[in-house]
Design a protein. Structure first.
Length: 64
């Protein structure tokens, strides 16, 4: 009985460790993806601001 309980607990600990490691890996990947998307968003924002600025310049050049 005691050996069965010990074996069960050892198995449970191993499964918990594996789940914890998987969760850490998934968190790391999610943070990397977040950082990638934030950088992409910043780049797109810079490009849009550049286009808006060029449109403003064209509009002021065409004003009477």
């Amino acid at each position: 009985m005691l050996q069965e309980d010990l074996t069960y607990l050892e198995d449970r600990v191993q499964r918990l460790i594996a789940a914890y490691q998987q969760a850490r890996l998934e968190r790391k990947r999610a943070l990397q993806e977040r950082d990638r998307l934030m950088a992409l968003n910043a780049e797109l924002k810079r490009r849009i601001e550049g286009v808006v600025e060029r449109i403003r310049l064209l509009e002021t050049d065409q004003a009477p």
